[in-house]
Design a protein around this ligand. Structure first.
Ligand SMILES: Cc1cc2nc3c(=O)[nH]c(=O)nc-3n(C[C@H](O)[C@H](O)[C@H](O)COP(=O)(O)OP(=O)(O)OC[C@H]3O[C@@H](n4cnc5c(N)ncnc54)[C@H](O)[C@@H]3O)c2cc1C
Ligand SMILES: *[C@@H]1O[C@H](CO)[C@@H](O)[C@H](O)[C@H]1NC(C)=O
Length: 538
């Protein structure tokens, strides 16, 4: 049988993982990347071309390195836990070099359209039209992996802001924001409190005269530096915590985490308290914001009702004179090369496990990395790719269209129940659950029970430790001989970059007294069950 040719659209983190997975499965990948380099969002550019993800110069990961790494290529032990975008690029270049990915990428080649071939129902093949040097070319492919990212189409609802066209100062989308220099001494409104809004407001407030951060809904603010100075995700995203979360009703878990975040600063006193519970909404990371608020450089404001030529009037009636406005209103998902083909795409929610459009006669089109896990993207999109190439290679079958639709509808219902977000923000999934779900499709989910019997040391780290992606390389297709060692040394890699002045008797441990904690949890659970049964029986 001829080797299957696969088109990969985009050479960001998702595309790089996709190419690697194709090679691993013996498929022949061709990656089309419209810019001249790899990295996608993570490659900082002073003046990005339109349609490329834009980041600010200071952008630093909000996921820690052990949670962010590709599953068979740990990030070097001396790299900081939260990497600056330049460090992330270094890692991606090493990954591309190590697995020989560069020769499969055609740079400065933009995919214009993808269309089913006339014999699609039997061949599953696609016509892919690309453009390079203003010349168009059509290729035939047996499968397509869409890895084009979702932070390129600005969401810029200017019509929602009365009077903005009369405003005489400068206004821009956070996409265009690079560094704070030009805001020195200015009075600035930042509209929207996502990760970008919080970052940009905090950064500008170091040089600006005054920053107003305007938010309709408020937000829960997380910090990267968690208890004992450990990375937040590496501390909280453990299988053990997931089990505990499932044991308790959501409201108790929400309350517990909310109390924790309020311990750092009271969200109500700081004007940030949202209406929504913490897990019903997208997360905002900012280690800086409360520090900027308490010194008065950032003021939290409600929604802007109206702009005049020189001021912003907020919904509480207050008016502030301002020089600049930054709209940190986010992005929308867009796939221009699909030509709005609605048989493929109504919304990301309508895809089987957010990857396969269910209505196609042949499963030869896949979307990688369009969900937003509460957690890192690399491991998620890599696992999706590993699954997809198995399907493309004919080694795995998808369920019937009917079963896929049933699964999709079940998820949709659950999401509308759990989340109060606008449609464009949907597609949030629980990190560990989603990873396990895809891993089960693939047959690479670690079997904890047998591990506890045969390799207790490893099983303990998998259960209590950070749920890193190396665990999906222990067994099944794509098994990696280094996985066990990578898991057992992950805490050393977390500590290594911190130990730049080693103390003689320092005994730092990531999760002190875990066993005491767990016994407390079990006792607490039993007691609360007793209390609940007691109350309900009365
Ligand atoms: C400010 C910000 C901070 C973030 N921080 C984190 C973080 O700390 N950790 C984390 O896990 N995630 C983070 N994310 C999520 C982020 O989306 C992912 O980390 C990751 O960059 C997504 O990679 P991607 O490859 O899917 O998309 P992208 O990085 O956007 O790459 C897509 C690539 O496709 C190319 N392309 C698009 N269309 C075409 C076409 N038609 N033809 C050819 N090429 C095309 C683009 O040029 C680009 O190179 C962050 C996102 C933002 C916006
Ligand atoms: C990190 O920031 C990006 C961009 O705002 C966001 O989409 C992602 O969800 C954040 N990650 C986490 C774990 O919250």
């Amino acid at each position: 049988m001829a080797v299957k040719k696969i088109a990969v659209i985009g050479a960001g983190v998702s595309g790089l993982g996709a190419i690697k997975c194709c090679l691993e499965e013996g498929l022949e990948p061709t990656c089309f990347e419209k810019s001249r380099d790899i990295g996608g969002l993570w490659r900082y550019e002073e003046t990005p071309e339109s349609g490329k993800a834009g980041i600010y110069k200071s952008l630093t990961c909000n996921t820690s390195k052990e949670m962010t790494a590709f599953s068979d290529y740990p990030i070097p032990d001396d790299y900081p836990n939260y990497m600056h975008n330049l460090k992330m690029m270094e890692y991606l270049r090493m990954y591309a070099r190590h697995f020989g990915l560069m020769k499969h990428i055609k740079f400065q080649t933009k995919v214009l359209s993808i269309k089913k071939r006339p014999d699609f129902s039997s061949s599953g093949q696609w016509d892919v039209v690309v453009e390079a040097d203003e010349v168009q070319k059509t290729y035939i492919f047996d499968g397509i992996m869409v890895c084009s990212g979702h932070y390129t189409e600005k969401y810029f609802p200017l019509q929602d802001f009365a009077g903005i066209t009369n405003f005489q100062g400068r206004y821009l989308h956070s996409w265009e924001y690079k560094h704070p220099g030009s805001f020195e001494g200015k009075r600035v409104v930042v509209v929207g409190i996502g990760n970008s809004g919080a970052d940009v407001a905090s950064e500008i407030s170091r040089v600006a005269e005054q920053v107003f951060l305007s938010t309709r809904k408020g937000a829960w603010i997380w910090n990267r530096v968690w208890e004992h100075g450990n990375p937040m995700d590496a501390t909280l995203f453990t299988r053990y915590n997931r089990v505990v979360q499932k044991l308790y009703p959501d409201c108790l878990i929400n309350r517990h985490i909310e109390n924790k975040l309020n311990l750092r600063f009271d969200h109500a006193n700081y004007g940030l308290l949202p209406q929504h519970r913490i897990f019903g909404h997208r997360t905002v990371f900012s280690d800086d914001l409360p520090n900027r608020i308490i010194i008065g450089k950032v003021q939290i404001k409600p929604n802007v009702k109206e702009f005049t030529s020189t001021t912003a009037i907020f919904e509480d009636g207050t008016e502030e004179s301002i020089d600049d406005v930054i709209f940190a209103t986010g992005y929308t998902l867009s796939f221009p090369f699909l030509n709005d083909d609605s048989t493929i795409l109504d919304s990301q929610l309508s895809m089987f496990k957010f990857v396969f459009p269910p209505a196609l006669e042949k499963p030869t089109l896949a979307f990688i990395g369009i969900i937003q896990p509460f957690g890192a993207i690399i491991p998620t999109s890599e696992l999706q790719s590993r699954w997809v190439v198995r399907v493309f290679a004919g080694l795995k079958k998808l369920p019937s269209k009917k079963d896929m639709m049933a699964d999709i509808n079940r998820k949709k219902q659950k999401m509308t129940k759990d989340s109060m977000e606008s449609i464009r923000d949907k597609g949030r999934v629980q990190f560990i659950d989603y990873m396990d779900e895809i891993a089960s499709e693939l047959g690479v989910k670690p079997n904890l029970l047998s591990l506890f019997l045969w390799d207790t040391k490893l099983a303990k780290e998998i259960f209590w430790g950070p749920c890193t992606s190396y665990q999906y390389r222990l067994q099944g297709p794509g098994k990696w001989a280094g996985a066990r060692a990578a898991i057992l040394t992950q805490r050393e890699r977390i500590l290594k970059p911190l130990r730049t002045r080693v103390l003689k008797h320092s005994q730092i441990s990531l999760s002190p007294l875990l066993w005491v904690k767990s016994i407390c949890v079990v006792i607490f659970f039993l007691v609360s069950m007793l209390v609940i049964t007691h109350i309900t029986s009365n």
